[in-house]
Design a protein around this ligand. Structure first.
Ligand code: NAD
Length: 499
């Protein structure tokens, strides 16, 4: 079903012919109604491939396959399930370059800075769960003489996982690792804009797990995602995506008292204290600010530190260096090794980002770097240069809403109490960044900021094993760690025996 365009065929090895995106009961199927959707390369604005577009009938078939596979899969020893995850991780490593090139082509995430590290990270995630999943332990409880009580961690059943396009490979790996490792079976729905790298991983997994244990349904949110979230036989939905859709998924799951993990958006603060801008520390702080903003991912990261608060006393040197360094970043085709920054995912997101920039400029924001990008019809690829605004405050839309683009607002502060209040003045609470070399200050700030993940003098990505999840409207539940996986993907069964 795949069709290649000539200009990318040479550089990108797409999923094999006949691979539709629907992996159901161990077979690649065409959608029941034969519908398809096109996947585009946002750097080149060309069609990359055509894949199957599932609807409720296909979701039903996948859930039925996963339900049928569950009883046997749950009884397999957890270390045997883990061994299969480790093998999948090894297969991903062995095919990493091919997967990374597909990912760069479809997502617009630059190959060198983003797509390659993401695929290698995904392999690490799979191997992490492969090893640690044997720790699926329960507890024993001393309830008194003659009573022996213990608990076990039971898988829930069929898990529906829905993922976004911005880091699809690592998110697929997290959901596969946690759901399958704990003994659940899985129906995974990739994002319609970037399903191909996930399909490549499914190709590597297809002969590994017993039929029906791991299923994939490609398609749109409305036609495939919504029926999966609402399916009565899906015991748990693990959703990563926007707040808006997260609310719909939360409702659908609540209606049948099933479980959900929601990993949603963010508008994360980044606070720079004066002692982080001494001559000795300023360069590391500036690098941290730029990494926190995820400029090299076009700002399309849920954890982007998109509200920068710099102490007024160090505003000049810090902002001068941030602007100079951002201007050195190379933007262009995600498949070109030379580029640091790739393309925004699609025309709709590009226009939304452009509208944020336009509105802030018209309202009188100062543009420290960047400019209004060309309109969609005039853009060769979706490449807005990073934009940094000053002269704005916490009330502006660009400061309050998730732009999900390379747009940073920078605001000077003088009073610590005030800046910590600004940091918390948001419905979101996903991540936060603090730059200071004083431990007491760092602890004071991290204690006060309401966020699921705080980084001090660091702005990297998640590391397998850490707990990761949002506070406030950034989500419910934490994934990535074994504790998170056990909480999110198993239920406790207590057994009390009168001996
Ligand atoms: P999105 O919510 O539009 O889509 C996410 C997924 O949900 C896609 O697979 C989509 O097809 C599906 N979907 C859409 N409508 C649906 C519906 N009605 N029912 C069920 N599924 C539906 O998000 P996006 O634009 O793909 O991704 C960007 C968003 O994801 C941002 O808000 C970002 O912050 C968030 N995100 C959060 C995390 C995190 O860990 N918290 C990680 C990555 C991205």
């Amino acid at each position: 079903m795949n069709t290649l365009t000539d200009n990318v065929a040479a550089e990108v090895v797409l999923p094999s012919a006949g691979i539709t995106g629907l992996l159901i009961n161990g077979e690649w199927r065409t959608p029941a109604k034969g519908k398809t959707l096109d996947v585009e390369n946002p750097s080149r604005r060309t069609k990359l491939a055509t894949i199957g577009a599932s609807d409720a009938d296909d979701v039903n078939a996948a859930v039925a396959a996963a339900s049928a596979a569950f009883p046997k899969w749950r009884r397999l020893a957890s270390r045997a399930r883990g061994a299969l995850l480790t093998e999948l991780g090894n297969r991903v490593t062995a095919n990493a370059e091919e997967i990374a090139r597909v990912l760069a082509a479809e997502s617009g995430n630059a190959l060198r800075t983003q797509s390659r590290p993401e695929v290698l990270g995904a392999a690490e995630v799979l191997r992490y769960y492969g090893g640690v999943i044997a720790e699926q332990k329960g507890e024993t409880l001393p309830l008194g003489p003659g009573i022996f009580s213990y608990s076990t961690r039971e898988p829930l059943g069929v898990v529906g996982a829905i993922i976004p396009w911005n880091s699809p490979v690592v998110l697929a790996a997290v959901k596969i690792g946690m759901a399958l490792g704990t003994g659940n079976t899985l129906v995974l729905k990739p994002a319609e804009d970037a399903p191909l790298a996930v399909i490549k991983i499914a190709e590597l997994a297809a002969d590994l797990f017993p039929a029906g244990v791991f299923n994939v349904v490609t398609g749109t949110g409305l036609e495939a995602g919504a029926p999966l979230s609402a399916h009565p036989s899906v015991a748990k939905v693990s959703f990563t995506g926007s707040l808006e859709v997260g609310k719909l998924v939360g409702h659908a799951v609540a209606d049948r008292i099933a479980r959900s993990t929601l990993e949603l958006g963010g508008k994360s603060p980044c606070i720079v204290y004066p002692d982080a801008a001494t001559p000795e520390h300023i360069d590391a702080t500036v690098t941290g600010i730029i990494n926190a903003m995820r400029f090299a991912r076009q700002g399309q990261s849920c954890t982007a530190g998109s509200r920068l608060y710099v102490h007024k006393s160090v505003w000049e040197p810090v902002m001068a260096k941030v602007v100079a360094k951002v201007q050195e970043m190379k933007i262009g085709d995600a498949l070109d090794e030379a580029n640091d920054i790739g393309a925004i995912i699609n025309a709709e997101r590009y226009s939304e980002v452009r509208a944020f920039i336009d509105e802030a400029i018209n309202k009188g924001a100062t543009v420290l770097t960047g400019a209004l990008p060309p309109k969609v019809e005039d853009a060769k690829g979706f490449f807005p240069a990073p934009v940094i605004f000053s002269g704005v405050d916490n009330s502006w839309r660009v400061t309050r809403e998730e732009v999900f683009g390379p747009v940073l607002v920078a605001i000077p502060w003088t009073d610590e109490e005030e800046v910590l209040n600004w940091a918390n003045d948001t419905v979101y609470g996903l991540a936060a960044y603090v730059f200071t070399n004083d431990l007491t200050t760092a602890l004071r700030a991290t204690e006060r900021i309401d966020a699921g993940w705080l980084q001090v003098n660091r702005a990297g990505g998640q590391i397998p094993g850490m707990s990761y999840g949002g506070a406030k409207q950034s989500g419910i539940g934490a994934e990535y760690s074994i504790e998170g996986a056990l909480e999110a993907y198993t239920s406790r069964k207590s057994v009390t025996i009168n001996v």
